[in-house]
Design a binder for this molecule. Sequence first.
Ligand code: NAG
Ligand code: NAG
Ligand code: NAG
Length: 342
Amino acid sequence: MSKTIFTIFMFLVATVHGKKMVPCFFVFGDSLVDNGNNNDRDTVANANFLPYGIDYPNGPTGRFTNGRNVADFIAEALGFADHIPSFATANGDDAVVNGTNYASGSAGILSETGKEFGDVISFDEQLQNHQTTIARITSMLGSSRAAKKHLGQCIYYVGMGSNDYAAYTMNPTRPSPDQYASLLIDNYSLQLRKLYGYGARKVAVFGLGSIGCVPAAYYMYGTLCMSATKTTSGVFNTKLRSLINLLNQDLVGAKFTYINTFGIAASKNSSFEYPNLECCTVTPGGTCVPLGIVCPDRACFAYFDGFHPTEAAAAVLAKRAFAARSPSDAHPFDIQHLVHAK
Ligand SMILES: *[C@@H]1O[C@H](CO)[C@@H](O)[C@H](O)[C@H]1NC(C)=O
Ligand SMILES: *[C@@H]1O[C@H](CO)[C@@H](O)[C@H](O)[C@H]1NC(C)=O
Ligand SMILES: *[C@@H]1O[C@H](CO)[C@@H](O)[C@H](O)[C@H]1NC(C)=O
């Protein structure tokens, strides 16, 4: 326990001071980094109630964790004074210029993913929202050339796919693991190329974590780790890593990098006293019961609810994505090298 806290403390001390290393940071993703985009939408994929946010300075915000999420820690590491605002609230000039977070809980690579939970924002729709931001930046900076230059200096976080696999697990007529991974990767490839077309050059793409090992899997399937899902998402991660290499070859000036979420999560497992129990009282669906009971020793748990990491676990992933501890954590760059990559 004390080791974890010490690590997080060092991370914060090292990054809390100083100015931002890049002008802007944009975030595309799902509930792992959603910071309130679903709050006012017609969806059950919401987390703007306690105990979510119990350790966040402003309380519940829509983040699906007790405190900060991975995008928040990366924004801090990049030297941003504030966390990146959600697209839902970002209309001030500051927000547009510092970056915007488009992430939406339950959303996926495929536009149909998560729609059974309501009006969630798919990756395609997140990219459309980014066009709105780009139009604002263009008018603020006076030309599309100036906007392109600005956008090319930003860091982009992209992390999608977990909910596509949640849907896959539930689908009785599912395609083979290889077919499904290919379908996702082919769509993802088009989307990431579109992001490049919108001026992105420094993009950190987060692979899937140990989605078959979340505490909710234990309650739903009576097993600590669903090996089928684990292997299935492994196929996706392998193809994603190859896609990143291909994008770097194909797209002039592109610096895409793959973050090995699964590998980092597997080694983080051993450093938490409770690696596969959730900290809050959960509903049968695996999310926290509103105003339900929470564990007091949250830094000892890897999971806050049945699916989502605690702030402590998010800090570990963000730290190793930013400054890799092993060469397999990030390929070909960790985020601090992505910042300086020419
Ligand atoms: C934008 O960045 C500036 C400089 O880091 C900071 O002072 C300001 O609070 C930020 N605004 C938002 C909304 O993030
Ligand atoms: C993208 O996914 C859809 C299913 O939502 C599929 O029909 C389509 O073929 C995929 N696109 C590519 C390029 O693989
Ligand atoms: C985490 O640890 C538990 C037991 O401590 C083990 O059963 C599980 O497979 C591990 N998960 C991962 C992703 O390594």
